[in-house]
Design a protein. Sequence first.
Length: 92
Amino acid sequence: MASTTTKTFGTVHRQYVQSLYKRRLKNSLDWTIRRDVWRGKAMQIRAEFERNRNVKDPRHLAQIFEAAEAKLAAWKHPDPYIAPTAPGGTKW
C-alpha cells in the first residue's frame, strides 16, 4: 500500500493562516521593539484573526487573505529589527 503525502485543504489553510499571523506579529515587532508596548498591538492582531476564525466561504476567505497580505506589505518595515547575535545583526 502506497502512502500519500498530500496535504488536505484544512492543513494547508491552517499553515497559511499561522504563517500570516506570525508574519504580522513579527512585522509589528519591527516597528515597536519594547515588548510591553508591543503587547497591545499583538492583542489587536489576535482579535482581528479571531473575528475571521469561523469564516468558511472560500471567496470571502480569499478577500480576507488578500486584504491581510496587502496590509502586511503596506506596513512592512524598511529596516526590520535583527537581534544583535542573529545572522545580519551587529555582533554577527
